[in-house]
Design a protein around this ligand. Structure first.
Ligand SMILES: Cc1cc2nc3c(=O)[nH]c(=O)nc-3n(C[C@H](O)[C@H](O)[C@H](O)COP(=O)(O)OP(=O)(O)OC[C@H]3O[C@@H](n4cnc5c(N)ncnc54)[C@H](O)[C@@H]3O)c2cc1C
Length: 507
């Protein structure tokens, strides 16, 4: 086979132009890295991504990340699908809107104890938004192109070789060279397999179906989700059918095509009716297989998104997890490439993101456990239902689903350290999130402070000072480029403490 070679040496090649690959590319390009994305699909939009079940729920960390880079503002759809802001509690007599669910058990916003999120709220950003895969990819694609990322469609990565200095990426009969390779190529990642990453975890309990169907006699079915002794089905008003058939994932794993006859037989069995499906327009199957790579890096090769972790799409966490990977990895990899990374910075990608991923996998497993149609699981389900109806229960479940509890263990003294900076708004109308579009580390002081300003200048940090509408009792904050708080003080800054924190993240 004749091999063609691209002689450009890229800083980073990303395998996969899904949301995670595109967002990572934007982060790297923002930090002046030369990036190439290789995408196996011939063109950006698959029919599945354009369907309503291509809708994705974005949680708080994703919303903040996208907003911080001016990307959320470009999404039109979110206005249509956004849930009300968390601080807009219902008026007396008004029914509080649902805010999310755990194993399809909804929690009620009226029950939230927002004092438990005192450093995260209030803020002007929403805590959950629905957008479509198509839209999120389009906005990210446009941004990546504007930032100069090279994107090649119809070129799937097939393997790679790495030395101490670079990676040679094979894509069929073509080769490309880069200093780093990141596999963002989804759940069946070629980069993960070729890189010999261990993908540890648990096997599925069910085959999930999502299908667009025409049903002759929908009155025979319940609307809304229903669990029977044989499984679960949910029929939406627009003819979208979701089913969970607890077959141990056998059908999905068999690779058999999803036919109308098969969907009808499965629905009849689960619903115990003789319902008739007259047309199957589109369908996909999925499982609750939950696996995570035991490392996120092998030499010059890294993984992010579904390539590094997979789990059931229950409660929609996968995209959020992947976007979080990209936001965490981008600035660290860029600093490493530019020789501006303190010792061990890149390793913190794994130490910070692996535990977050592991928690999401367990969250998915826990949901599956109480969704099983057996008496033991249903007994546990009833208990969780009661707990979710309490103030602490609703707050706990919502905090996990909306990502408000998410933080990194950064060993800081102040309770804000390790958390995403709240959407601080200044008297002059700007907000901290508007001031982070350039992806720089920030030293924020709520009072003008010449000592902190000169510290920021010497350490190549962006110094921001302004009167805020709400300071949370804090005087100054050191914020990493991904928006996470590395240091905070309620009193006059202790410069040696600030220096120690800054040296961990910036050089
Ligand atoms: C039914 C369903 C509903 C979901 N709902 C939600 C939700 O509400 N919220 C949420 O957060 N998550 C949700 N998820 C999960 C979410 O869609 C995924 O976690 C997310 O798409 C992962 O993004 P990614 O970029 O890592 O991978 P992908 O989106 O899979 O993108 C990977 C890309 O890599 C490309 N590729 C593959 N192999 C190669 C190769 N060898 N070379 C080059 N390119 C390659 C693919 O073509 C693809 O474009 C849902 C998933 C499903 C199935």
């Amino acid at each position: 086979m004749k091999t063609t070679q691209d002689n450009t040496l890229y800083d980073v090649i990303i395998s996969g132009a899904g949301p995670v690959g595109l967002f990572l590319a934007c982060e790297l390009a923002l930090a002046k890295c030369k990036v190439l994305i290789l995408e196996r699909a011939e063109e950006p939009h698959s029919p599945l991504k354009q369907l309503p079940f291509g809708l994705r729920g974005l949680n708080s960390p994703s919303i903040e990340a996208l907003y911080r880079r001016g990307l959320l503002q470009e999404m039109a759809l979110h206005k249509r699908f956004k849930t009300p802001h968390i601080s807009s509690n219902p008026k007396p007599g008004e029914k509080a809107p649902g805010a999310g669910h755990f194993a399809r058990i909804p929690f009620n916003r009226a029950n939230f104890d927002t004092t438990q999120w005192k450093y995260r709220l209030p803020g002007s950003l929403d805590t959950s938004i629905f957008t479509s895969m198509e839209e999120i990819e389009e906005v990210l694609y446009r941004r990546a192109e504007n930032l100069g990322v090279a994107i090649k469609y119809g070129i799937g990565v097939t393997g790679f070789d790495q030395t101490d200095d670079c990676v040679t990426v094979q894509a069929g009969d073509q080769t490309f060279q880069s200093k780093w390779l990141v596999g963002c190529d989804g759940s069946r990642s070629v980069v993960r397999k070729a890189g010999g990453f261990e993908f540890a975890g648990t096997e599925p309990e069910f085959t999930g179906y999502t299908a667009k169907v025409d049903i002759a006699d929908p009155e025979k079915l319940h609307t809304g989700g229903i669990t029977t002794e044989r499984g679960m089905y949910l029929l939406s008003q627009v003819d979208y059918l979701i089913m969970q058939d607890f077959d141990g994932g056998a059908f999905h794993n068999s690779g058999q095509p999803v036919t109308l006859e098969h969907v009808q037989a499965t629905l009849r069995r689960i619903s115990d009716t003789d319902v008739t499906i007259t047309a199957l327009h589109l369908s996909t199957t999925w499982t609750d297989r939950a696996r995570q790579t035991t490392a996120y890096r092998n030499g010059r090769v890294l993984l992010a998104g579904d390539a590094a972790h997979i789990h059931a799409p229950l409660g929609g966490q996968g995209l959020n997890l992947g976007l979080g990977d990209a936001m965490n990895l981008g600035w660290k990899l860029a600093a490493t490439i530019h020789g501006q990374a303190p010792e061990g910075l890149l390793d913190t990608y794994y130490t910070e993101r692996y535990p977050i991923g592991a928690k999401v996998l367990d969250w998915s497993r826990a949901q599956v456990t109480i969704m099983k149609p057996n008496p033991h699981s249903q007994a546990l389900n009833a208990i969780i239902r009661d707990l979710i109806d309490t103030r602490d229960g609703a707050t706990y479940f919502a905090g996990r689903v909306m990502g408000l509890n998410m933080h990194y263990d950064l060993n800081g003294k102040h309770p804000m350290v390790g958390y995403s900076v709240p959407a601080i708004e200044f008297e002059n109308g700007t907000s901290i999130n508007n001031l982070m579009t350039d992806g720089k580390g920030v030293l924020l002081s709520f009072e003008d402070d010449s000592q902190l300003k000169s510290f920021a200048d010497t350490n190549h940090l962006k110094y921001i000072s302004g009167t805020a509408k709400e300071t949370f009792g804090v005087k100054a904050l050191l914020i990493r480029p991904d928006g996470f708080i590395a240091w905070a003080t309620d009193s006059e800054a202790d410069i040696s403490e600030l220096t120690e924190a800054a040296q961990r993240w910036f050089k």
